[in-house]
Design a protein around this ligand. Structure first.
Ligand code: FMN
Length: 453
């Protein structure tokens, strides 16, 4: 989902504060520029596809798990938990069946990367799933795809059927001597169904409401059985690690955060789109390098670095490496690497109002602070934008956000609170101006649309 933001009267163009450092773009994962149709099994195989499965069978489960741990691949779904360590939590000896569940819900505003694998390179994901299943003794995998992704559901399902026909899945899958099955499960069309335990509830046919943790899904997951849940990009990265080795993969990124990953840039940039870069490139270099800088050469007012739930950063806070730890140190989060750039001249109250309405709409209603609080946030922001708010409402806004944060079963409450806390604390004067001017002090003039690459 990309984000559009209305703006006020255009400010004059400015030069970027300094030139961006060169950013090396990779095409290990993002291969659409090759002009080949990787959805076709023969094309995928001709490019070396499914060789990593053969290698995984030769190496054996213990060696594959060791490579995954060494590669330090942090989960690409938002929380950044190391995938190898998560795989290691799955019990080896259990009488229960084990499951792999792929999180293909991709609902966070500003995030549109998993879509690429599902629609353009689904075999890459399937290959990663097969390696995971062989490594952890899993027989069944469900790919839970957002319900509105009609095209992606069809392309992924077609790729799975090609695999059954070719003996890659089914009995004696890929010559492993084991039966492996992968099913596409159509999601319920709610943001909360991307939260891993709500996703499991939904997969089991129940309303998508999060479970308390512990127990964690690796021990008690789908249908009460041990379950690995990984994001699409996390699993699509696995064949690369097995094919080239953990050392090669680590070398693309930084210590404790290996590899290359896909960064999405949207908002007020000249070249919005997806870019594959080594982990650790700075936010500033991404925006002024691949992103092409700001539309109309405006100054940057604010940047949301990893999807709409991440705390906002100011223009002075962009020299930060795009790593899980680097972003945390800067007071924000890497999230899904979905950068949203907000140009000077944008009304941040309006911007936050839209974000807050999204979270209020998507709250599942299970926890009172989130169910009631997200509505309060949205209504106070409506009042601010419409000129009905008083100064004291700003403190109420922060108070409500502070009381939601950390007080809910899942992180949707935090996702709603964090933008409010950071926008209001970092740009308080603009919020106060909406009170003194009795509404938004500017007329909004939209920026021209950028061409998506
Ligand atoms: C409200 C909410 C929505 C989420 N939506 C997604 C999503 O759409 N896709 C995703 O992969 N992870 C999503 N997550 C994170 C998942 O709960 C989980 O951490 C992730 O699927 C684990 O995969 P990974 O370790 O490979 O990143 C969401 C989390 C929350 C709290």
């Amino acid at each position: 989902m990309t984000v559009s933001i209305e703006t006020q009267a255009p400010p004059p163009p400015v030069a970027p504060p300094r030139p961006a450092n060169p950013v090396t773009q990779h095409d290990f994962l993002l291969r659409h520029k090759h002009g080949k149709d990787y959805r076709q099994l023969d094309v995928y195989r001709a490019a070396g596809g499914y060789k990593a499965v053969k290698k995984a069978l030769t190496l054996g489960p213990d060696a594959v798990l060791a490579e995954m741990k060494k590669a330090s691949v942090r989960g690409r779904g938002g929380a950044g938990f190391p995938a190898g360590i998560k795989w290691g939590f799955v019990p080896k000896d259990t009488s229960k069946p084990k499951y792999l569940v792929v999180n293909a819900d991709e609902g966070e505003p500003g995030t549109f990367k998993d879509n690429y694998f599902l629609s353009e390179d689904p075999h890459r994901l399937i290959e990663g799933c097969i390696i995971c299943m062989l490594t952890l003794g899993i027989g069944t995998c469900y790919i839970y795809i957002r319900g509105e992704f009609f095209k992606q559901i069809a392309t992924t399902d077609a790729a799975i059927q090609q695999c059954y026909a070719a003996g890659i899945l089914g009995d004696n899958a890929s010559g492993s001597g084991r039966r492996l099955d992968i099913h596409v499960h159509t999601g319920a069309g709610a943001y909360i169904c991307g939260e891993e335990t709500a996703l499991l509830e939904s997969l089991e046919g129940k309303p998508g409401q999060p479970r308390l943790k512990p127990p964690f899904p690796a021990v008690v997951g789908a249908f009460g059985c041990p379950t690995v849940i990984n994001n699409v990009e996390t699993l699509a990265t696995v064949p690369l690690i097995i094919e080239h080795g953990a050392d090669w993969f680590l070398g693309l990124g930084v210590e404790r955060d290996g590899g290359s990953r896909i960064v999405g840039i949207s908002g007020h940039v000249k070249r919005p789109g997806l870019y594959e870069v080594g982990v650790g490139v700075t936010l500033y270099d991404m925006i002024y390098g691949p992103g092409g800088g700001v539309l109309e050469d405006r100054a940057i007012k604010a940047v949301i670095p990893g999807g709409s739930s991440c705390p906002v950063l100011t223009a002075d806070e962009l020299d930060v490496p795009m790593t899980v730890d680097g972003m945390a140190k800067a007071g924000s989060m890497l999230g899904t690497c979905g950068i949203i750039v907000i140009a000077e001249g944008t009304c941040l109250v309006k911007c936050l109002q839209r974000i807050s309405h999204f979270y209020a709409h998507e709250s599942c209603g299970q926890c009172t602070p989130c169910r009631e609080g997200t509505g309060w946030l949205a209504r106070i922001l409506d009042d601010l934008e419409a000129g009905r708010a008083q100064q004291a409402d700003l403190d109420v806004l922060l108070d409500v956000a502070d009381q939601i944060f950390g007080n809910t079963i899942c992180a949707l409450g935090d996702a709603a609170a964090l933008p409010v806390q950071s926008f209001v604390r970092k740009f308080r004067a603009e919020f106060e101006a909406h009170v003194t001017h009795r509404g938004c002090p500017h007329d909004r003039i939209p920026l021209p649309r950028a061409t998506r690459v």
